[in-house]
Design a protein around this ligand. Sequence first.
Ligand code: NCD
Length: 312
Amino acid sequence: MTATEVPHILSAEQFADDAFLEHLLDRSFYYEDLLTNGSDRSALATHAGSILLNVFYEPSTRTSFSFRTAAARLGMTIIGTENAGEFSSAAKGESLEDTARVLSGNRPDVIVVRHPDNFSVKTIAEHCSDVPVINAGDGKNEHPTQTLLDVFTIQKELGRRDNLRIVAGGDIAGGRTIKSLLKLLGRDSTNSFCLVAPEHCNADDVMQQNLAAMPAGIEYAYEMNPDLFKDADVVYWTRTQTERGSKALDGNFILRPSLLNLMPTNGIIMHPLPRLAELPIELDDDPRARYFQQAENGVPTRTALLDWVLSR
Ligand code: NCD
């Protein structure tokens, strides 16, 4: 990215530059330490006077609130809506392009957008002239900042982001978090993935072709059995995205504690949340469970990302 380019964050692929990722992870550790142990949190407020426009067309607990919290810690002013489909002129039929022109015309310093349509955030970014736009989830496509916090979690818990065996399952076709994770960690040939889901929720032919071109090893499993988990460093589970037309997973794809008997004791269990039946609450007592810590990592990582975007 050149100095004059607007630093939109639209895809997890953008974190593939290792120096950039290293910088963001270092800064995330720095903010995590300040947020947890810092005696003077006002020292964080280095972006007072900057404005975050938080525009969510889809429900969100973690992503929206952690962006808001991160921005507040940085001293920013937050303007936004949690229901942009209803509380913006989208309800009157305004096009995304026009909404983008108008929102960027208010000259905020950064716009964070979640939208139900694939690639819609890219369309918004293209019409936001010189205001950076961050993709907080676009349909079934991508969720790059989730990947940033996922990789931060893996780095923090396992001390590396290579040589990983990742068993990812649930709704692969309908979700965006596993796709973004694959776009980043799939670039490393020392990583391997096993994608576990029934046929109707697993990677389709196009996705499989794209994944075949990635350096990481990728396998597919269409049934659950304890052997799948036996070398897993990371088990990454997801809910069925019924709001995007996915058919519910059957009970076989519930991550039952008994299925994880062979999983290494030093592996970790992740989930972007919210959870449904696929992640039973009995797992919360498993020492390998990290999904609530993972959610907490949204604040330091999004603080680091906002700081980077605003410092450009
Ligand atoms: C995910 C999302 O919105 O894509 N949630 C999140 O941001 N933590 C996953 C989901 O909704 O199932």
